[in-house]
Design a protein around this ligand. Structure first.
Ligand code: UDP
Length: 411
């Protein structure tokens, strides 16, 4: 259990209110004249608001080693260290909403491996208990079964965590078309509650969004600043992208208006072990179909284009963004930028998993509801992510398919 902070007494009249500042002199401040001028603010905190005290030198924060704080400031030093911890520069504990899901469970595993205390909130609507088999015995792992609308539980968990990864959402095109009310409610109302409580406690939050927000835009490579182009509201497919776009607006608004540190990631076809094909995800569907002897069902002409990113690469990106100051208030595409047609994907699966499996083509009307519109070409521009955290994918498509085959054939 993480104890509560002692109440702060920082309302001294000789201090002025303002935002926390890092020492612009670099990582370890040295107390030089320049450093004194730059950081003649010392900080104590109430509700995320910093109080400045002019005229003191600075030194490195003992928690994050980077943020400047006052030499000899006594209790202020501890308080700043606590704020750093809570702001996500240091991640000792994390809440993952939707942590029993495909991406969440991989993230939980990674964070536990790094020594982080992990809290999961999941209602098991699409998440699975067995996704947590590898970690459920860890002392630092805490699973809470419940929905985002259990506000009391959500509030307590946000309070315990330094940072929040908000992954809980209705996912998968098939589920969304089948259950539009649930999609809209979970994705908008749930996110609003998470943001509200994170703002109260000033917890850094990473919001999971989706390439679906680009709608049916026709750019060669989607950039974060591109327009969003949706179809009519009579087609429930678009409610997913729209609901995620509202989440993004909300997150950015909280960041601006309430100074909540928010990072938004738009996932592009993240794949890997533990993803299931029930909700329309093409990679586990094809691999399972091939394992079952076929046929592999390609929708329409199969010339649709996608890029597939291994979930471990996505987790790398999420952790790096959560630890980056520069990422706050920004939106990032997270995906691979190596395009492949669905026809070619089907052939690759057949070569790797079962050369005997037949590949058949099925009209959209048979696969989805009448009037379904697919996205023909979906490739992200990931230069912003690369610049921010300097990551390149570690896993290629062959490795992804091998991992998925291994998982599906052994589960
Ligand atoms: N797809 C397919 N056969 C399937 C499942 C999906 O041909 O059994 C196609 C689907 O129409 C889409 C692509 O594969 O063009 C990727 O589908 P998925 O649901 O995995 O991702 P999204 O469409 O959300 O990118």
């Amino acid at each position: 259990m993480i104890g509560r902070l002692p109440p702060l007494d920082c309302a001294r009249p000789d201090r002025e209110r303002g935002q926390l500042d890092r020492c612009p002199q670099g990582t370890i401040a040295d107390g030089s004249e320049a450093c004194k001028r730059a950081t003649d603010r010392v900080v104590s905190i109430r509700g995320g608001v910093a109080l400045y005290l002019p005229g003191a030198a600075c030194q490195a924060c003992p928690t994050c080693g980077r943020t400047a704080l006052l030499r000899g400031a006594g209790r202020g030093v501890d308080l700043l260290a606590e704020l750093c911890r809570r702001k996500g520069w240091q991640m000792e504990s994390a809440l993952i909403t939707g942590g029993a899901g495909f991406i969440g469970s991989h993230l939980a595993e990674r964070l536990l491996g790094e020594g982080v205390e992990v809290y999961i909130l999941d209602d098991l609507s699409t998440g699975q208990m067995f996704n947590l088999d590898a970690i459920r015995d860890s002392d630092r792992f805490h699973l809470h079964l419940g929905g985002l609308d259990d506000e009391q539980l959500l509030m307590e968990l946000v309070d315990r965590a330094d940072v929040v990864f908000h992954l809980a959402a209705a996912v998968g095109v098939k589920l969304i078309v089948a259950e539009p009310v649930k999609t809209i409610e979970t994705n908008i109302y749930g996110t609003e509650l998470v943001l509200r409580h994170c703002a109260k406690k000033q917890r850094k939050v990473l919001l999971a969004s989706s390439s679906e927000v680009y709608g049916k835009g026709e750019e060669e490579r989607f950039k974060e600043e591109d327009d969003l182009v949706f179809g009519p509201t009579s087609r429930s497919r678009w409610c997913y992208g729209c609901s995620k776009a509202i989440d993004e607006f909300l997150g950015l608004a909280y960041c601006k208006a309430r100074r909540l540190p928010v990072v938004i990631v738009r996932f592009f076809n993240i794949v890997g072990p533990r993803q299931v094909g029930h909700y329309g995800m093409v990679v586990p569907r094809f691999v399972q179909q091939a394992l079952d002897g076929g046929p592999i069902t390609v929708y329409d002409d199969g010339e649709q284009v996608r890029c597939f990113l291994h979930v471990n690469d996505a987790v790398d990106a999420m952790c790096a963004l959560m630890r980056s100051d520069e990422a706050v208030g920004e939106v990032f595409n997270v995906g691979s930028d190596r395009p492949i047609t669905i026809n070619r994907l089907a052939e690759k699966v057949r070569e790797l998993v079962n050369p005997e499996a037949e590949i058949v083509h099925i009209p959209y009307a048979e696969a989805y509801a009448e009037g379904f519109e697919d996205i023909r070409y979906r490739v992200p521009d990931v230069s912003k992510l690369r610049q921010a955290v300097g990551l390149a994918p570690r896993y290629d498509l062959d490795r992804i398919l091998t991992d998925v085959r291994h998982y599906l054939s052994s589960s």
